[in-house]
Ligand binder design. Structure first.
Ligand SMILES: NC(=O)c1ccc[n+]([C@@H]2O[C@H](COP(=O)([O-])OP(=O)(O)OC[C@H]3O[C@@H](n4cnc5c(N)ncnc54)[C@H](O)[C@@H]3O)[C@@H](O)[C@H]2O)c1
Length: 321
């Protein structure tokens, strides 16, 4: 049984990918310092409470048993926080990733799937966004991901590393069996914030209804976290079969507006969603939708659970677990 090391496996996407890997017959060991994740999200016997910056401990984890590939989710993810505290983000996301790569080199583990983001494109000039657009991040968080994509290219050229960078759009939804789900602190994502508004009765503030879109609110590409998790299995399989390094968008190509999300929640949950419209937020493009034809063509991946009502229904079930 091939062993996969998952960093950030106590977090939202990493905990779903871990379940998906186990379902697919892989063995999994998780590295997480629990700074933003949840102990309950990982089977205790699989968890190694290690910080990415602790290279010797990472090497020891990789030497417990042979590791075929690493899936690297561990990072801080809040754009606003990254602009207030860039040192925190460069240290954790960039220095932390470099520490991981140094450990991999030492332990002779050379396959890695990296969590990248649509934020590497900034305000894209072409939508749906193809992978060929140049890097143009407009915040520190996006810059940290660009830097590691480039570092991975150099580890490919100089150290025989092979990598798949998956640039996710808006991860959403929860495991359909409600074994894990989304729980960020601070929470910045739309669907859990709207659930909080229903629970507390305090209206959620939504940013901007005067964009040049059909209903005036921003359009985003919501990808169900289980579909996202399956893209990681595809990427691991690709690397283990000897595939070359790749960079892929992971989205559906179909966007939903903020208003459509609010309406879907009201419909699925059967309750009104308290909300108010505030001004636009700086740096928010009107439309962010992925062209994922490359991922579909090369890995044979396609979304199964990403219809909006399915996303809301699975997220709500987990929220009320
Ligand atoms: N959620 C999204 O919509 C989205 C979109 C694009 C990209 N991503 C990327 O996907 C990855 C996972 O995102 P998520 O939403 O699951 O975030 P999350 O915060 O739920 O999970 C991240 C996990 O990494 C751990 N971690 C952070 N720094 C660490 C360190 N130094 N050492 C060890 N563990 C550490 C945290 O404790 C947490 O469990 C991130 O790399 C993020 O940038 C997420």
């Amino acid at each position: 049984m091939k062993r996969i090391l998952v960093t950030g496996g106590a977090g939202y996407i990493g905990s779903h990918a871990t379940l998906e890997l186990l379902d697919a017959g892989y063995d999994v060991v998780v590295v997480d310092n629990l700074s933003r994740g949840h102990r309950r999200a990982v089977e205790p016997a699989r968890l190694r409470e290690v910080d990415l910056l602790d290279t010797p401990s990472l090497i020891r984890v990789m030497q417990e048993a042979p590791v075929a590939a690493v899936i690297h989710f561990a990072a801080y993810i809040a754009v606003g926080e990254s602009m207030k505290n860039p040192a925190l983000y460069f240290r954790n996301n960039v220095a932390g990733s470099i520490s991981l790569l140094a450990a991999m080199q030492e332990a002779d583990v050379r396959n890695i799937v990296f969590s990248s983001t649509a934020a590497v494109y900034g305000m894209p000039s072409v939508v749906p966004i193809p992978e060929t657009l140049p890097y143009a991040p407009i915040n520190v968080y996006g810059e940290t991901k660009v830097m590691i994509e480039k570092v991975l290219d150099w580890f490919g050229q100089t150290q025989n590393f092979r990598s798949v960078c998956l640039r996710y759009f808006n991860a959403s939804g929860a495991d359909p069996a409600a074994r894990t789900g989304e729980d960020h602190e601070p929470e910045t994502h739309l669907i859990p914030l709207l659930f909080q508004a229903i629970r507390t009765g305090v209206p959620a503030t939504l940013f901007g209804n005067d964009y040049p879109t059909p209903d005036g609110s921003c359009i985003r590409d919501y990808i169900h976290v289980s579909d996202l998790a399956r893209a990681h299995i595809g990427a691991v399989d690709w690397l283990l079969k000897g595939g070359e390094s790749r960079k892929f968008n992971v989205g559906t190509g179909a966007g939903y507006s903020v208003k459509e999300v609010v309406d879907a929640i009201a419909r699925v949950v059967g309750q009104p969603v308290p909300h108010v419209w505030g001004p636009r937020r700086e740096g928010d493009p009107a439309l962010l939708v992925a062209d994922s034809s490359k991922l579909q063509g090369e890995l044979g991946w396609s979304p199964r659970d990403s219809a909006l009502d399915r996303i809301v229904e699975t997220a709500w079930r987990w929220y009320n677990r």
